[in-house]
Write a protein that binds this ligand. Structure first.
Ligand code: 4AD
Ligand code: MG
Length: 464
């Protein structure tokens, strides 16, 4: 007989069923039976199993039917007479796959998320993490759906790379050289390390973004998207930064910055409504237990147009503010999280898209506006989160791009292939990157980004 998922049981007809899962709680009744709450991860809800003590072999398994143990239950699905559930399984046979002694850490009480991070191998069995991972799963599926429905091609870009897309230099180096005794170029003990002897014959890193490779394929397939792991070796110990995170990066030929912003807005709205429709039970849970405004917030975002303003207007708004900021508000300086949040939470009270940033503070690949002071960059900023998307129209003019590389001390020879795209059949094009974990964080209302990825990697932490 095939196992039925609890999710399907709850809507299913009565009759003979086989359920498998982990015991959440057990309650013994004086009437000679016990109630077991079983969960199998298919949904938030548990199924109640009624175990008569007269079941064959019951006495031999009774001690093993404790919180955390894994069981297989054969029985009859019936309407429940008790309160709190509509259906229950009247067991005819119970087998214990694995018992869980009393030192099982997830006994029935609330645990802090900090504690649960230390037991990342068991935390998926809690209600919160089960719900987070089902929502994360749905969002991943919706991302593919959104782009596939529009004919975008899913592209896998390399994880090991020789180029630094963002030019920030915060990359993890990949090497097989013996760190205690690396080969030296001139043979001297303190000479430069000879990376020609390294595995790839040159210095290599973990990618910070698939964009540059994505652009190559957009110049052939017109509309592509990547969805993969990216890495940043920045020492940021915040609730919004990971050293390893997943990024979604669409790249489109023939899109200007306005088209890019339109797509970003449509994309976010699609993802939010799709998850509200398909993860209703889990979203109710977040709304009840994690953030009581989350459903209302998501709905408002879906129903209202994002505010779009230039960087220059954003600076004016901030300079008008009565709030004292930690970081300076001056044209030419980067917007900090405190500025971004003030604008979206206090001034506009909704998502905003800031565009046309000063040339000096943005990457070399962004298209220079007329006048040369700003570039066609855009950031999507959400209330309570800050930046979720960073993107731009790309510089498609060979000479202008070459000059910007030189100005920013980027060796054009290392990016000869990127320049080639501007030499042979160049086209206006744009793209953006969305931080997947920030999206999951925003949708669930979870406070810390470390709690929306199965195994977070952060400074000084790569356990599990
Ligand atoms: O703004 P970023 O750095 O943009 C790029 O990498 C571009 N190459 C994207 C493109 O145009 N194709 O990163 C994009 C997004 C950010 O908006 C943020 O949501 C997320 O990636 N992100 C992080 N998420 C978690 N932890 C970190 N350390 C992150 N750094 C960026
Ligand atoms: Mg950014």
């Amino acid at each position: 007989m095939k196992r039925t998922k609890i999710k399907d049981l709850l809507h299913g007809e009565g009759g003979e069923v086989l359920v498998k899962g982990w015991v959440k709680t057990r309650r013994d009744s004086k009437g000679g039976f016990s109630f077991l709450e079983i969960n199998d991860g298919s949904c938030l809800a548990n199924i109640q199993v009624v175990a008569e003590h007269t079941l064959p072999d019951y006495s031999s398994i009774e001690n093993q039917l404790t919180t955390g143990s894994c069981v297989s239950v054969r029985g009859k699905l019936v309407a429940s007479k008790g309160k709190g559930q509509s259906k229950e399984v009247q067991a005819t046979e119970i087998r214990v796959y694995g018992s869980a002694p009393v030192d099982y850490p997830l006994q029935k009480k609330r645990h802090s998320f900090e504690f649960l991070r230390e037991i990342a191998h068991l935390r998926p069995r809690t209600n919160t993490f089960g719900a987070v991972m089902r929502v994360r799963n749905r969002l991943a599926f919706s991302i593919h759906r959104f782009f596939q429905d529009q004919g975008f091609v899913y592209l896998n870009t390399p994880i090991v790379t020789t180029s630094d897309c963002e030019g920030a230099g915060e990359m993890f180096q990949v090497t097989t050289l013996d760190l205690s005794n690396p080969p030296r170029a001139d043979g001297a003990v303190h000479g430069k390390i000879d990376f020609s002897q390294d595995f790839f014959g040159e210095k290599t890193f973990l990618t910070v973004s698939g964009q540059l490779e994505g652009e190559i394929y957009a110049m052939a397939l017109a509309e592509i998207y990547t969805f993969g792991p990216t890495f940043r070796a920045e020492n940021s110990n915040t609730s919004r930064h990971l050293a390893e995170f997943w990024m979604v990066e669409p790249e489109m030929a023939f899109y200007d910055l306005d088209d890019n912003m339109d797509l970003a807005e449509e994309f976010i709205k699609f993802l939010l409504s799709d998850v509200m429709e398909h993860c209703a039970e889990d979203m109710e849970f977040f709304n009840k237990r994690i953030d009581t405004t989350i459903l209302e917030t998501l709905k408002n975002i879906i129903d209202n147009r994002f505010e779009r303003l230039t960087y220059t207007d954003a600076i004016h708004q901030l300079q008008k503010a009565s709030k004292i900021f930690t970081y300076p508000v001056e044209w030419g300086f980067a917007l900090q999280a405190e500025h971004e949040r003030y604008l979206s939470e206090k001034v506009f009270k909704k998502p905003i898209i800031v565009f046309n940033y000063p040339e000096q503070i943005k990457s070399f690949y962004m298209k220079l506006n007329e006048g040369g002071e700003t570039v066609r960059a855009m950031d999507v900023l959400l209330p309570n989160l800050g930046e979720i998307i960073g993107g731009s129209q790309r510089e498609e003019n060979y000479e202008v791009l070459l000059q910007r590389m030189r100005d920013k001390d980027i060796d054009p020879e290392e990016y000869w292939w990127y320049l080639d795209l501007r030499k042979f059949g160049s086209a206006p094009h744009s793209g953006f990157g969305l931080g997947f974990e920030r999206l999951v964080q925003f949708v669930t209302g979870m406070e810390n980004i470390r709690d929306v990825i199965p195994f977070p990697r952060t400074p000084k932490h790569a356990k599990f």
